[in-house]
Design a protein around this ligand. Structure first.
Ligand code: BG6
Length: 369
């Protein structure tokens, strides 16, 4: 059942090329146009959407935060991401032109379910991005877009996360296509690139030996920081969450631009910091800005563990370790950059002799508010 791996977590991390490929499967017609047949909401209704609110908890919320960048870029519809338990009780601004997208692997998370019910009462259109057929949240929603990650057994989410990002991207491209305009033309190009991602994840998984080694020697580490910018920001937070959940290590993810506004005070000699470097092709010179951040923390003694695209030489002088990921367009990079962070948490947890699949105090799906 674990496919020859010692833990479900390791198996599920290695399942990720399939999780993404299967989620993409059958969702385009012969011309490469998105179809999303299962979206049982009229095109008319979807064309009228003027704002999107994503509700989710934990890892699913980080998938939502990642998707926000892509959906806004492609559709120009404002996207807000709310933790489901906060959304429900903050008098949310929602009406019949609001698309409320819930993301949940299990489809049973009570906080998320309550948020969806509340959104429906307020008249919103509700779509569930879910991995579990026949679960409650899709039943309570107007439409469902299933992620096809397959059953996820390990408590900490990995392959469902990649599938959630993929499904949300499909939704964004679909909305862009419906609305027409300049980004609609890009949808086909993005789909082509998405189709290449599973093979890139496969390649990346084959190069994780060094990450495993780094983790093995960090069993005594008490705190790890994660920096990322743009789509790398939610990935930094997801990397930190994985480490808290699996290895019980204090970890925090920051937006790299925020460094100088506070977190840099935490840097002392030997502090391990993962930095997710934007692709050199990112807009607005973000790559250079993050490379400067690496330089700044290195100068203060940080141990820099840098995740950078293949061929990005600019990071070399300031990195204690460079973890390479295959090149892809900036918005798709999270499907790759998160993988070394999952692998790191897995092997650090293992090095500490912990129960990787069932971390203390956590449940796979929390069915109480
Ligand atoms: C938490 C799980 O309790 O619920 C996380 O431990 C998960 O791994 C979160 O991300 C949300 O779960 P779901 O099923 O709604 O995606």
């Amino acid at each position: 059942e674990k496919g020859g791996y010692a833990t479900f977590m390791e198996k599920e991390i290695n399942d990720q090329p399939h999780a993404v490929a299967d989620t993409l499967l059958g969702r385009t017609d012969v011309e490469g146009r998105l179809t999303l047949d299962e979206m049982s909401i009229s095109e008319e209704q979807l064309k009228n959407v003027d704002r999107i609110t994503i509700v989710a908890c934990g890892t699913a919320a980080y998938a939502g935060m990642t998707a926000k960048y892509a959906i806004e870029h492609w559709t120009r519809i404002p996207v807000e991401v709310a933790l489901a338990h906060e959304f429900r009780y903050c008098d949310p601004i929602v009406n019949e032109r609001t698309l409320v997208v819930s993301i949940s692997q299990s489809g049973e998370t009570m906080d998320t379910l309550m948020a969806v019910k509340h959104a429906r009462e307020l008249g919103a259109i509700t779509v569930s991005v879910c991995n579990t057929h026949g679960s409650t949240i899709p039943r309570e929603s107007d439409a469902v877009l299933y992620t096809h990650a397959g059953p996820e057994i390990a408590v900490a989410s990995t392959k469902a996360f990649l599938a959630q990002i993929t499904a949300c991207y499909l939704l964004g491209l679909y909305l862009a296509q419906l609305r027409g305009g300049s980004f609609a033309d890009d949808a086909a190009a993005v789909m082509k690139e998405l189709a290449q991602v599973p093979a890139k994840i496969e390649t990346l998984l084959g190069q994780m030996g060094r990450v495993r080694e780094i983790a093995k020697f960090m069993a005594d580490t008490r705190s790890v920081l994660f920096l990322g910018r743009h789509v790398g920001y939610p990935i930094a937070m997801e990397g930190a969450l994985k480490l808290k959940e699996l290895a019980y290590i204090h970890a925090e993810g920051f937006a790299a631009g925020e460094l100088k506004h506070g977190p840099i005070a935490l840097i002392e000699p030997g502090q391990p910091v993962f930095v997710i470097v934007p692709s050199p092709t990112s807009e607005h010179g973000l790559h250079g800005k993050v490379v400067s951040n690496i330089q700044e923390i290195r100068a203060r003694g940080a141990r820099t563990l840098v995740i950078a695209e293949e061929g990005d030489e600019a990071v070399e002088p300031f990195a204690d370790e460079v973890i390479r990921v295959p090149a892809t367009s900036p918005l798709l990079a999270p499907l790759l950059t998160v993988v070394p962070l999952q692998v790191f948490a897995l092997w650090l947890s293992t090095a500490k002799g912990l129960d990787v699949d069932q971390p203390r105090n956590l449940a796979k799906s929390v069915t109480v508010e």
